[in-house]
Design a protein around this ligand. Structure first.
Ligand SMILES: O=C(O)CCC(=O)C(=O)O
Ligand SMILES: [Fe+2]
Length: 354
């Protein structure tokens, strides 16, 4: 008798014993106890005719134990418990929440800073397009104009990258007798949500001050605002993108008379204000359009330096802008810094055109 025949014969005997026992009222459970087996699920149904194991059928007759991979079952037995599953789901949920919150915070910080890359000179220098040096090659001094027509301005300067100082260009503006630190303070503090809008959607340059926001500027002491002795100096700049404030500001100034009629003006106003000393440090802007800067009060000197690729061909210049003058410069192609002269507070309002 070979191995299979022996197996089949034994199984038949076993089935017979099982059936007899059943007839005599011995339960399946008791038989299993006698044979030392553990659970119904651990057996396969055995064909009583052939003695071979059958698949996919519920066991009603004696079964042989399914071989278990003990290593796997021991390693992953914790998964069988529903409590372990709950613990896993719970941990996963907490981890996802922490990761989501961290990502959200990082993105919020980036947006608050407006720029993912630091505004360093090095990063700016690496990223900017090269300047065509022909625009400053033959420039020996910064041109100064009086009462220039829109046509001449258009032909000579508007899109030439050559800076130009237009003298006495704001005589009709009521801004000359209206704009002051107190005026801006009242305007912003009296216009709902305007400070919040500047903080969230516009740009604020604190330069060397301790101010974080424009609200801080308008909350400084009167003594400091008036540059009294012993008080910390201050000079700041900001862009206004609040519509109601813009409408109120623009009642006091108009588009410079020399700008070409077909040129479009930006809806954004830039305001720079503060006391004597250094103003803006050397930098290049990325506004992509030339701008005009009207000196409403005080006296300011601009230092213009050509970009490195133009250094060999072009000169650097200093331009002093007096109250009532408008300086037109493309701040995207000239490195620039400012210095405020002692005396009256310096207030400049400006915008871009194209
Ligand atoms: O007026 C200033 O002090 C700086 C102005 C400036 O940097 C700009 O208008 O681009
Ligand atoms: Fe600038």
């Amino acid at each position: 008798m070979n191995k299979n025949e022996k197996k089949s014969s034994l199984t038949k005997k076993f089935v017979k014993v099982f059936k007899d026992a059943n007839k005599k009222g011995v339960s399946q459970k008791e038989i299993r106890n006698i044979f030392g087996t553990k659970s119904e699920n651990g057996f396969k149904k055995v064909d009583s005719g052939t003695g071979k194991a059958k698949e996919n059928d519920k066991a009603t007759t004696p079964k042989e134990p399914v071989k278990e991979n003990k290593w796997i079952s021991r390693r992953f037995s914790f998964l069988y418990s529903k409590y372990s599953m709950y613990a896993l789901i719970y941990t996963f949920g907490i981890l996802s929440a922490v990761i989501t919150l961290t990502i959200k915070e990082t993105i919020t910080d980036m947006l608050a800073d407006k720029c993912i890359i630091d505004h360093s000179l090095y990063a700016s220098e690496m990223a900017r397009p090269l300047v065509q040096c022909g625009m400053c090659k033959n420039l020996d001094s910064i041109p100064v104009e009086h009462a220039i027509s829109a046509e001449d301005f258009n032909r000579k300067y508007a899109y030439s990258y050559v800076p130009v100082l237009i003298k006495d260009a704001t005589s009709t503006w009521s801004a000359m007798s209206t704009f002051s630190y107190q005026y801006f303070k009242d305007l912003y503090q009296g216009t709902r949500d305007s400070l919040k809008t500047v903080e969230e959607d516009c740009l604020f340059f604190p330069y060397k001050t301790d101010f974080d926001t424009l609200s801080d500027v308008f909350n400084m002491s009167d003594k400091r605002a008036n540059f009294e002795e012993g008080e910390d100096p201050w000079y700041i700049g900001w862009s206004n993108c609040h519509k109601e404030v813009r409408d109120k500001l623009r009642k006091h100034y108009e588009r410079p008379y020399f700008l070409p009629n077909n040129s479009e003006s930006s809806t954004l106003d830039w305001i720079f204000m503060g006391g004597s000393g250094n103003g803006a440090p050397v930098h290049l802007d990325y506004v992509m359009r030339p701008s005009w800067q009207a000196q409403i009060s005080g006296k300011k000197t601009w230092s213009l330096v050509p970009t490195p690729e133009c250094e060999a061909e072009c000169k650097s210049f200093n331009v002093t802008v007096h109250k009532g003058d408008i300086f037109v410069v493309d701040t995207n192609v000239w490195y620039h810094s400012t210095f405020i002269h002692p005396g009256e507070i310096s207030i400049t309002i400006g915008s871009e055109y194209d």
